[in-house]
Design a protein around this ligand. Structure first.
Ligand SMILES: [Zn+2]
Ligand SMILES: [Zn+2]
Length: 387
């Protein structure tokens, strides 16, 4: 029986897992109910799951001393109210609007299939169920906790649901497929006072406005037109009243690039522009980075080996060339070991699944679980067969 056929048989169980997780979403790095659920399900399958950092790991081994292929799913939700209208919608102040409940359920399905065929595996499959993808800390913290060692990981694969693509179809890219992301906080200090006496103050709003304009000029004057970079400030806060000059202003934004050299250069230039612009107007500015992740690069050989396995399974995966300006913290794994990444079609607009990720109304067709689970399991098995 193929992995795809077996995934079809496991559909009801994966739906049950998905809905259970969907109803009880948790945000950030600390996911006690979710990790307990995953730990319990893996134990039922015959695994000996371990807590690693704030995530869960387990292994399936056929040939001992063979190579190790890592499969990763993220488990965290977003701090927003769900408006999907689904009978199993979250009643909490957080919701699985990025589909990480689907990722966890499909990797549980893959784990079940790989356990059933463990003796056939030419090596080891290691599972990584991570927290904190949305806060860009989960993968990094599990790498620091040692997920890539004991046993040492030779290659890895991650996945993400994508709405707007028919169920049964998926895609993968080559080279850099998602952007780096740096969450920047700029605190500008001035000297507050009466709005009628600006000369006795140092106006941080004035400084903030000049900093904002100067930073946008970095993007259009210092980035090679063949490269791409985005610098958005979604938060600009300061002041209480029309006639009071405040003493400080805070700006928060995000820098996205597809190139580590450019990213490092822009981060240095942002710091310099903020400091010098603030000084020019007699104030000061301090730049800090709250969360960051590098760009996600797909390794060609790993992608080829995995997709060959999919072809043998009859899985319909298209190569998509487009980069996403979104970020993906699996990049922290891909920066350390050769990796590939695939997207799973979650249904089209005609299916009622046309709304984008992070939207409160997002829905997925649950049949996508079958294809995601089969892609994870058959991809890992095929890579091990070849290496
Ligand atoms: Zn997301
Ligand atoms: Zn996501």
């Amino acid at each position: 029986m193929s992995y795809l056929q077996r995934a079809q048989e496991l559909y009801e169980q994966m739906v049950q897992d998905r809905r259970c997780l969907h109803q009880r979403p948790e945000v950030g790095m600390d996911l006690p109910e979710t990790t307990e659920y995953v730990r319990k399900r893996l134990t039922e399958m015959g695994y000996q799951p371990q807590q690693l950092g704030q995530g869960i790991t387990a292994t399936a081994t056929g040939t001992p001393h063979g190579k190790v292929f890592l499969l990763r799913a993220d488990m965290d939700a977003l701090p927003m109210k769900e408006k999907s209208g689904l009978p199993f919608a979250s009643q909490r102040n957080c919701a699985h609007t990025c589909g990480h409940d689907m990722h966890t359920a499909m990797l549980l399905g893959a784990a079940q299939m790989l356990k059933e065929r463990e003796h056939e595996l030419n090596g080891t499959v290691k599972f990584m169920f991570q927290p904190g993808e949305e806060v860009l800390s989960g993968a990094k913290s599990m790498v620091e906790a040692g997920i890539l060692e004991h046993p040492h990981v030779d290659a890895a694969m991650g996945a993400h649901m994508i709405p707007g693509i028919p169920v049964g179809l998926g895609g993968y890219g080559m080279g850099v497929v998602s952007a780096s992301s740096d969450h920047l906080v700029i605190r500008i200090e001035g000297k507050g006072g009466h709005g009628a006496h600006p000369h006795t103050t140092v106006d941080p709003i004035n400084i903030g406005v000049h900093i904002h304009l100067a930073l946008q000029a970095l993007i259009c004057r210092e980035v090679d037109p063949a490269d791409a970079a985005v610098l958005t400030f979604g938060k600009f806060q300061g002041g209480e009243a029309a006639n009071i000059i405040p003493s400080a202003v805070v700006m928060e934004g995000t820098l996205r690039t597809f190139n580590e050299e450019l990213r490092a250069r822009l981060l240095a230039r942002i710091e310099a522009v903020c400091t010098h612009t603030a000084e020019a107007f007699r104030g000061s500015a301090q730049v800090t980075t709250l969360g960051s992740v590098c760009a996600l690069a797909v390794d060609e050989e790993t992608a080829r080996s995995v997709t060959e396995g999919w072809r043998q399974e009859g899985l319909n995966m298209l190569q998509r060339g487009d980069k996403m300006s979104g970020s993906e913290d699996f990049a922290e794994v891909a920066a350390k070991v050769p990796s590939t990444f695939f997207v799973v079609g979650g249904g089209t607009a005609e299916d009622g699944c046309g709304v984008g990720l992070h939207s409160p109304e997002i829905r997925f067709r649950e049949e996508a679980l079958i294809y995601g689970a089969a892609a994870y399991a058959s991809g890992a098995a095929a890579w091990l067969r070849e290496h």
